[in-house]
Design a protein around this ligand. Structure first.
Ligand code: KIV
Ligand code: ZN
Length: 403
C-alpha cells in the first residue's frame, strides 16, 4: 500500500523538487505573546529566539514592530542575533506598519515581512468597514509595497477559513502576482475541521493559476481543539509551511503546538510522508523555557511536553514498560530531550514496578520483606495521590527493621 492510500488523501508533490519538507514558522514571540498574561520583555524574547534558532526552526516571527517601541526593539535585536532562522515581523496592510516591520527585520541574515488583511465578510463589514474591492486593492498595495523593501513577503488573508471561496482565490491570486512568496491561510478563530481545510487548500492549488509560485502556509487556532489536526490535513493537501507556537500558546485557546506538529510528522512518516528541519531533542528545553518565562504552566496531560506525557502509573502499563517500552510509548522520551520515562508510584502500581523502583533507590529486599513493604505501600497509596521516593525509603526502612 502506498503512503497516499494509507493517508486517504492527496499527497502529490506541490511542485518539482518537493521532497515533503515542511517549513516550521514559529510565532510564539508574536501570536503566542498575544495570549492574555503572556507578554515578554526583550531579554526574555531573545532567550526564546536563541533556542528556536538553535533547534532548527525555519522562520521566527519575532513580533509586531508597529505595536510598541519595546516590541520594535525586541524584533530588531532578534533579527540581529539569529544565525540561521529567517526572522519575520508582522505588519497590518498599511505602509507605515510595513516600513516599521522592515526597519526592525532588515538586518537579519534572512528577513521577512508578514502582512495581513481580513477578507471574511464579517471582518470586512464590522472590523475594517471596507468593501471587498477596497480590501482587494489594499492587499495588492500592501504586498507590492512590502516587496519593494524585502524579497521575502508573506501575505495572510485573515479569517481565511470564513472567507467567500471565490473572493479568497481572487485575493490570493493577486497577492502572488504582486510578489508574495508565501500565502498563509489563517483559521483565525479555529473554526474549520480537517476534511474541510484539506479541501480548501486543495481547491486553492487547483484554482489559483499561479499558486505554485508561492509556498502555501497555514495558521490554525485551537478553539475546537483541532489546530494540529487541521494543520496536518493542510500539509497533506499541499501546504508546506505550518505556523505554530511552543506549548500551543496563543490567542484564546491558543495556536497549533509546534511540538505536536514536529512529533506527529516524525513519528508517523509512514502515513504522513513529510519532515521538518527541527531537532526534536530541544523540545523539552524550549517548552520549559517558554513556560518559565510566561508563567503559563503546561497541563500535565499535554501531548509531548506535559509532565505525564512519558509517565506511567497503572500496574499493567508499568509491567509492560519494564518488559518493552514500546508497549505503551510511541516515541522515546530521549527524542524530545527527556532522560527517561517515569514510573509513578501510586495506588495502581504493581509489584513489578515497585520492586524495580526499590532497586533504583538501592534496595534489594528478600521476598518476605518485599511483600511486607508492598502491602504497606498499597495502604499508603490509598491515602496519597502520589507516593514519593522519600515515602518509599521510609516505608522500606520500616519493613527491613521488622524482619
Ligand atoms: O490568527 C490570525 O489570523 C493571525 C494573522 C495575523 C496571521 O494571527
Ligand atoms: Zn493567529
Amino acid at each position: 500500500m502506498t503512503s497516499d492510500q494509507h493517508s486517504g488523501g492527496d499527497v502529490r508533490a506541490v511542485q518539482a523538487g518537493d521532497d515533503g519538507r515542511v517549513t516550521i514558522f514559529d510565532t510564539t514571540l508574536r501570536d503566542g505573546e498575544q495570549s492574555p498574561g503572556c507578554s515578554m520583555n526583550q531579554e526574555e524574547k531573545l532567550s526564546v529566539a536563541r533556542v528556536l534558532d538553535e533547534m532548527g526552526v525555519d522562520v521566527i516571527e519575532a513580533g509586531f514592530p508597529a505595536s510598541s517601541v519595546g516590541d520594535f526593539e525586541a524584533v530588531r535585536e532578534i533579527a540581529r542575533t539569529c544565525r540561521t532562522a529567517r526572522v519575520a515581523g508582522l505588519a497590518r496592510a498599511r505602509p507605515s506598519d510595513i516600513d516599521r516591520a522592515w526597519e526592525a527585520v532588515q538586518h537579519a541574515n534572512r528577513p521577512r515581512i508578514h502582512t495581513f488583511l481580513s477578507t471574511s465578510p464579517l471582518h470586512m463589514q464590522y472590523k475594517l468597514r471596507m468593501e471587498p474591492e477596497q480590501v482587494y486593492e489594499n492587499a495588492v498595495e500592501a504586498v507590492t509595497h512590502a516587496r519593494k523593501l524585502c524579497d521575502n513577503v508573506e501575505f495572510s488573508p485573515e479569517d481565511g477559513t470564513r472567507t467567500d471561496r471565490d473572493f479568497l482565490c481572487r485575493v490570493v491570486e493577486a497577492a502572488v502576482k504582486a510578489g508574495a512568496t508565501t500565502i498563509n491561510i489563517p483559521d483565525t478563530v479555529g473554526y474549520t475541521v480537517p476534511a474541510e481545510f484539506f479541501e480548501l487548500i486543495q481547491d486553492l492549488r487547483n484554482r489559483v493559476p499561479n499558486m505554485d509560485r508561492a509556498t502555501i502556509s497555514v495558521h490554525c487556532h485551537n478553539d475546537l481543539g483541532l489546530a494540529v489536526a487541521n494543520s496536518l490535513a493542510a500539509v497533506r493537501a499541499g501546504a508546506r509551511q505550518v505556523e505554530c507556537t511552543i506549548n500551543g500558546i496563543g490567542e484564546r485557546a491558543g495556536n497549533a503546538a509546534l511540538e505536536e506538529i514536529v512529533m506527529a510528522l516524525q513519528t508517523r512518516r509512514d502515513v504522513l510522508p513529510f519532515h521538518t528541519g527541527v531537532d526534536s531533542h530541544y523540545i523539552t528545553r524550549a517548552s520549559r523555557l517558554v513556560s518559565g518565562i510566561t508563567g503559563f504552566t503546561v497541563q500535565p496531560n499535554k501531548a509531548i511536553v506535559g509532565k505525564n506525557a512519558f509517565a506511567h502509573e497503572s500496574g499493567i502499563h508499568q509491567d509492560g514498560m519494564l518488559k518493552n517500552a514500546q508497549t505503551y510509548e510511541i516515541m522515546t522520551p530521549e527524542s524530545v530531550g527527556l532522560t527517561r520515562s517515569t514510573l509513578v508510584m501510586g495506588k495502581h502500581s504493581g509489584k513489578h514496578a515497585f520492586k524495580s523502583k526499590l532497586q533504583e533507590l538501592g534496595f534489594e529486599l528478600d521476598d518476605k520483606e518485599l511483600n511486607d513493604a508492598f502491602k504497606r505501600f498499597k495502604d499508603l497509596a490509598d491515602h496519597k495521590k502520589e507516593v514519593f521516593d522519600e515515602d518509599l525509603i521510609a516505608l522500606v526502612d520500616d519493613a527491613v527493621l521488622r524482619h
